[in-house]
Design a binder for this molecule. Sequence first.
Ligand SMILES: Cc1ncc(COP(=O)(O)O)c(C=O)c1O
Length: 396
Amino acid sequence: MLNPRLDALTDYPFQRLRDLVDHVAPGGGGDPIMMSLGEPQHAYPDLVGAVMHENRHLYGKYPPVTGTPELLSAVGDWLTTRYALAPDAIDPQRHVQPLNGTREGLFMLAQAVVPPTKAGNQPAVLIPNPFYQCYVGAAVIAGAEPVFVPATEQTNFLPDFVRLDRDLLARTALVYLCSPSNPQGTVADLDYLKNLVAMAREFDFVLAVDECYAEIYDSVPPSGVLQACAALGDGFTNVMAFHSLSKRSSVPGLRSGFVAGDPALIAAFRKLRNYGGAPSPLPVCAASAALWRDEAHVEANRALYREKFDLAERMLHNRFGFYRPPGGFFLWLDVGDGQAAAAKLWREAGVRVLPGGYLARDDAAGNNPGQKYIRLALVQDLSTTADALERLSSTL
Ligand SMILES: Cc1ncc(COP(=O)(O)O)c(C=O)c1O
């Protein structure tokens, strides 16, 4: 009765974390502090409520799959400015598809682009290891083989796709890349992206770049894959770039993002979404357009994250392999045994963090590239973050 592919999806990290700590009372005396979930706790901009309210009469309408012209053009303008694209590079109607947050889009894309076979074999979907869990779910449900490509200290925390076997690349239908990456906060530079776009075209796979942390950066705005396309020429062929308001504007509950890229892929994706997509309500489209057009709240948001990384740098500087990530809002700390550290932190200090191993799969030799790490999401306010880091320092 059930789809047997679901059996391969048994290890969602937050369920594993609940199994690890929920039967244990949090220690430390004070309130427990949640650093495990990447859910921004910063205040979201006031304009969200105001614009939703102004547009409340539109709840009576079915929203179109393509969103609204206002949202598409706000996204087009934002992409053009953010990535210094030529003024005519983006035609929002052809190049942009609104999403209910990036997760559903990242997942659903695989169903649109993974064929039954590629190069005569089961298609492969390449996934960085560690990775955002949606990618593996998407690959498995689409009938592909998920192939995990290490993104470790040895590879500068980026997957080294170039070294992969050509037979594997020939049967690769889809590659996921996350930049800035979750969990390590690594940024793929323009050369890396250009190389990967060229590979996507040579081996004819779809390159899906998850840029949902693109606006949370320390000092330098991360390059984007659409910029790499602009530098190479040939439009956005084979490429899809995913963006979200969840982190940029601290509105994970609004469920709003978009994908931009290859017009042929956008058209195929839209065709699928006509059958099974859940278009964003029109008041959400209106609020989203206003958010993509406003930069002040994004700068303020970045400043709050910077303060917390300053604090972490002062408190942890030469411990736990601390480094200041160029992007994203996670600390990726080497604690020797991530699962043991997460259990201890909860039991003795009431701080909830995610064991890095839960975000990764074992390699062929049985090594898990996340095993020695814990991931901390710096999403709480400054004083709560200080409290959590103090407890972490004294407990580990
Ligand atoms: C790497 C990555 N991609 C995508 C998402 C999904 O974000 P949303 O669906 O809120 O846009 C997340 C959320 O945590 C994430 O960490």
